[in-house]
Design a protein around this ligand. Structure first.
Ligand code: T5A
Length: 202
């Protein structure tokens, strides 16, 4: 595959969506072909799965149902959007990917890592580069709350969000060549974007 696959990760309200849009515009201004996408919800069926997964009314009884819903979304997304774009030499910018599953489902929910490792063999694609925007869950959730109704994950207890932040930082420490952590606490949107431009490589 000749394109570049860059993912953005972080706790709720860390600013991923804001920054990834700025980066997409920046790359386009330089004349690059860019695909801006997200998980869950990067395909037509994924949009339906996203609505189901994030709906606070959705009650899942078995622990692994949630994981399987994310992987149904991911498999469709990777096969129909990400891999074709990379094969065409494009830059793919994705708002959340496998590191979100590691953080939320393994770190947050306590899912067995072996299950995720097995599901990852279906996907068989890791990002070229990952930006982890790090902020305390309290600060991030304050931003998320200011936007209105909270989704199924945002409504989880603060301990859940603390666990997944810890898992994110552990994943980053284990993958220093791929993942760069940018501390965004108290920084303006512009200051965070400057930090991203310093470390992004295409
Ligand atoms: N999930 C996802 C899993 O559990 N497992 C998985 O495998 C995957 C793929 C998806 C949910 O699904 C979970 C994780 C999530 O809970 P989502 O909407 O994609 O949901 O993710 P969220 O993190 O909820 O997205 P948000 O839009 O809430 O957060 P962002 O994208 O990090 O933040 P952003 O850019 O939208 O900014 C939030 C607010 O803060 C402001 C923005 O203007 C906005 O109002 N803001 C700033 N304010 C001050 N200073 C800054 N520097 C700011 N940057 C942004």
């Amino acid at each position: 595959m000749s394109g570049k696959f860059i993912t953005f990760e972080g706790v709720e309200g860390s600013g991923k969506t804001t920054q990834i849009a700025l980066l997409a515009d920046y790359f386009k201004s330089l004349g690059h072909d860019v695909v801006l996408t997200k998980e869950p919800g990067g395909t037509k069926i994924g949009a339906k799965l996203r609505a189901l997964i994030l709906d606070p009314e959705t009650k899942l009884s078995a622990q692994n149902t949630e994981v399987l819903l994310f992987y149904a979304d991911r498999l469709e997304h990777v096969e129909t959007v990400i891999k074709p774009a990379l094969a065409a030499g494009e830059i793919v910018l994705c708002d959340r990917y496998i590191d979100s599953t590691t953080a939320y489902q393994i770190g947050g929910r306590g899912v067995n890592p072996d299950i995720i490792n097995t599901l990852n063999t279906l996907i068989n694609l890791m990002p070229t580069q990952t930006i982890l925007l790090d902020i305390s869950p309290t600060e991030g959730l304050t931003r998320a709350k200011s936007r209105g109704q909270l989704d199924r994950f945002e409504q989880e207890a603060i301990e859940f969000h603390e666990r997944l932040r810890t898992q994110y930082l552990k994943t980053a420490a284990e993958n220093p060549d791929r993942i760069t952590v940018i501390s965004v606490s108290g920084k303006s949107i512009e200051a965070v974007f400057e930090d991203i431009l310093k470390i992004i490589s295409i």
